[in-house]
Design a protein around this ligand. Structure first.
Ligand code: AHM
Ligand code: MG
Length: 336
């Protein structure tokens, strides 16, 4: 990782306000939106930290639209985000891993944005105290203001049109990372004063580390080219690191270098991860940090979604590593 170490103390609010001040067209909307997400993040972080003692660990007994077991904390995190975003009046609707359809927000008819999120990514790790996270995407609304619109149209936008994206990681410390397309910035929550403090601005992916992150337990179902790729990496002495929380695996690779892969297979050609609130927001961050993200054929940010909960294979990380698997996959596809 390379980054600029801040020479002065700055909270996330001060940092965003300063950057907005430099832009004559800035409305202050992003300050309000990111503040709302940071507020929800603090609440979720508090809930996650107390999970073991507050009887909020465990399953609700329901499944989400994707057939996955819903954890109590998934729903708590989902509600915290909605409660923080609704009062801003800036968001006409939210899309969430935990909601079947777009949810219009109260006071949001004139909201100029839609926000999509995975409220608690890696939630199977909740009970074991491993890092989990929240991933978010912010798109500008395309449908006219004031109308009661079909927000799905506002949500089915390519990642290249993202206005901002980011994630929170609830680990040994709570961190917030975001981009608006002008670099990637990292803040750490100081729990004593309840503020996110700037720790690194303009993060750049470290392309020196030879690490891959993939669930090799699934490798017998993989395409032969993915198997061959991982064999090559092993022969070259790469290390493997896989937590099973996308946010945590991504965050480590962003700071230390490496590539994360969740390929498709015959049974699930599009893999497991969701385009709109997992792959695209992280791809925006990775590209801003100098890395790349692909589904094996094309740039993640160029994919125009057709469904809210659309899945995609994902290879994301250091540019040269993504180039390697992408050219292996394209070559294999050409000879089939
Ligand atoms: P979730 O959003 O329901 O938590 O599922 C996504 C998670 C990712 O965080 C992680 O990369 C992946 O699922 C792990 O899946 P697997 O257990 O198949 O390796
Ligand atoms: Mg997830």
């Amino acid at each position: 990782m390379t980054s600029q170490q801040p020479d002065h103390l700055s909270t996330i609010t001060q940092f965003i306000l300063e950057r907005e001040r430099d832009r004559p067209d800035a409305t202050g909307d992003f300050t309000a939106l990111l503040n709302a997400i940071a507020l929800a993040g603090k609440r979720i972080s508090h809930d996650v930290n107390r999970a073991g003692i507050a009887d909020i660990i465990g399953l609700t007994g329901d499944e989400n639209i994707q057939g996955e077991q819903v954890q109590k904390l998934d729903l708590i995190a989902n509600a915290q985000l909605e409660r923080a975003l609704a009062p801003t009046g800036l968001v006409c609707a939210i899309g969430s891993e935990e909601e079947d359809e777009p949810v219009p927000l109260e006071k949001g008819e004139n909201g100029r944005y839609v926000v999509l999120y995975d409220p608690l990514d890696g939630s199977s790790n909740i009970d074991v105290g491993a890092p989990i996270g929240t991933i978010f995407s912010i798109y500008r609304r395309k449908t006219p203001l004031g109308s009661s619109t079909n927000s799905l149209e506002d949500m089915l936008q390519a990642g290249a049109d993202l206005a901002a994206s980011g994630y929170l990681i609830y680990g040994s410390s709570t961190m917030l990372v975001y981009t608006t397309g002008e670099g990637v910035h990292l803040f750490t929550l100081d729990p004593q004063i309840g503020e996110f403090i700037l720790t690194n601005s303009d993060l750049k992916d470290d392309n020196g580390t030879r690490v891959y992150s993939a669930n090799e337990g699934h490798s017998l179902t993989w395409d032969p080219v993915d198997l061959e790729w991982v064999s090559q990496l092993k022969e070259e002495g790469y290390s493997s690191r896989y937590i099973g929380s996308l946010v945590a695996d991504f965050h480590r690779n962003l700071l230390r270098g490496g590539i994360f892969a969740y390929p498709g297979n015959n049974a699930s050609p599009n893999g497991k991860l969701r385009l709109l609130y997992e792959a695209a927001p992280l791809a925006f961050i990775m590209e801003q940090a100098g890395g790349k993200a692909t589904d094996g054929k094309r740039r993640i940010l160029d994919i125009k979604p057709t469904e809210l909960h659309q899945r995609t294979p994902l290879y994301i990380g250091t540019a040269s590593e993504v180039d390697r698997i992408m050219s292996m996959r394209l070559e294999a596809a050409a000879t089939r």
